[in-house]
Design a protein around this ligand. Structure first.
Ligand code: 5GP
Length: 179
């Protein structure tokens, strides 16, 4: 693995694709065991989690459905500030087990908003699968049930994650070079 430069930043190799696939397989096995009787709906949060979701769901062998959403944030006219909206969900999710599929959970602000939106729709239970988690940054109470890898509070790219739109296609994960 070579270092890569994306726009004005240089990134160094961090997690190899072999390590990524080993942890994705382990995670899928846990899901296969835990949710075998739940007929879960996997809700893949675009864009970042497309690569993780594809790898994960190839290893998920239990009956399930898969759907894709995007989160859009805008400043509402009320004093509450930013409003988050879920776009693309067409399935009826009331009473279902929903597995949120995320690329990375950092502070957890995004996850918290998504879970609030799903809770309003009266789902049976929400499980969260995130390939990466930054425990030092994560301060929310929502359980991240399935985590591929925990990483320090550094900025990473690749395996679906971007820097200013670039780097999502890289099959390994790179971290910002420390100066
Ligand atoms: P949150 O802080 O709400 O948990 O994370 C918000 C979003 O920031 C994530 O979904 C992801 O898109 C982005 N993010 C957080 N940490 C990183 C990182 O290390 N690299 C990249 N590329 N995006 C990140």
């Amino acid at each position: 693995m070579q270092r890569v430069t994306l726009k004005d930043k240089t990134f160094v190799p961090y997690i190899t694709s072999d390590k990524i696939s080993a942890s994705v397989k382990q995670l899928a096995q846990k899901i296969n065991t835990d949710l075998v009787n739940d007929m879960p709906l996997f809700l893949v949060v675009l864009n970042g989690s497309f690569m993780f979701a594809a790898d994960l769901l190839k290893e998920v062998t239990i009956p399930c459905e898969i759907s894709f959403i995007k989160l859009a944030s805008y400043h509402g006219t009320s004093s509450t500030g930013t409003v988050t909206e879920m776009i693309g969900l067409t399935e009826e999710i009331k009473g279902r087990t929903v597995v949120v599929v995320e690329d990375i959970v950092d502070t957890g602000v995004t996850l918290e908003k998504l879970v609030a939106l799903l809770t309003k729709k009266e789902v049976k239970q929400i499980k969260v699968a995130s390939f990466l988690l930054k425990p030092e940054a994560y301060k929310k109470d929502i359980a991240v049930d399935y985590v591929g890898m925990e990483i320090p509070n550094d900025f990473v790219v690749g395996y679906g994650l971007d820097y200013d739109g670039l780097g999502r296609n890289m099959k390994e994960i790179f971290v910002l070079e420390s100066k």
